[in-house]
Write a protein that binds this ligand. Structure first.
Ligand code: DC
Length: 221
């Protein structure tokens, strides 16, 4: 059976990655977390002391960096496992800032399209349905209220033993939403043919079931 690609977009902490992982497991597909790629660019810029506003140097840095997105979700940057480091709070905001650069976006979009060219991938991000996989047969736009998303992040952090302040996290989420929705190049927006799911009051099982229903409706699988 022909393997297609699935696009999942939405604001930060809406549950895109968690759902993409579950779907990948159920379908035997691979999850490509495109946010992790922008995070890796931000980390590399921090390590090399390159300004996030300097498009020319950032583009050169991306061309020289060895970024490997492993099928099991690990991210290897210049031979080093950076999967945990790229989740730091500071890196979240830096990734959102560097993602405004046109040159950074086109380099990463090209990598993403190359990785999933044969199908069988679930990509989650901000511009998947609108730019990276314009022709994907299944496009999901996942949203949730900023409060529900902040609450989930607090719980996730607590589970990992990380200190979490609800108000601070809520503020960060709102700031990043604004920045991701108002940038000039490919701002976060719902593709015309995407199906929106508001996950604020849904359990993980309910969201998974709804997405599987949409996949069936759109592809017959
Ligand atoms: O999904 P995330 O929170 O890990 O993404 C980090 C930042 O990267 C996000 O604030 C905006 C940017 N991003 C993007 O511009 N386009 C994508 N496809 C994925 C992420």
């Amino acid at each position: 059976m022909k393997r297609f690609n699935i696009a999942i977009d939405g604001p930060s902490a809406a549950g895109k990655s968690t759902i993409a992982d579950i779907l990948a497991g159920k379908m035997g597909y691979t999850h490509l977390d495109t946010g992790a790629m922008y995070r890796s660019v931000a980390l590399q810029a921090r390590n090399k002391g390159i300004s996030l506003e300097n498009e020319e140097d950032i583009v050169k840095m991306i061309a020289e960096m060895d970024l490997q997105m492993m099928a099991d979700g690990r991210v290897i940057l210049d031979g080093k496992d950076v999967s945990d480091t790229i989740r730091e709070n500071e890196i979240s905001m830096m990734a959102s800032t560097v993602s405004k650069l046109k040159g950074c976006r086109s380099a990463l979009v090209e990598m993403q399209q190359k990785i999933c060219k044969d199908g069988g991938y679930i990509l989650d991000g901000r511009d998947i349905g609108t730019v990276v996989l314009k022709d994907a047969p299944v496009k999901i736009y996942m949203v949730a209220s900023p409060e529900a998303r902040a609450q989930r992040r607090v719980l996730q952090n607590k589970e990992k033993g990380i200190e979490a302040d609800y108000d601070e996290i809520l503020e960060d989420i709102k700031k990043r939403d604004y920045q991701d929705m108002h940038r000039e190049v490919s701002p976060l927006s719902k593709a015309e043919d995407a199906v929106e799911i508001d996950t604020s009051d849904m359990t993980l099982d309910e969201v998974t079931e709804r997405v599987l229903e949409i996949i069936k409706e759109k592809t017959g699988d």
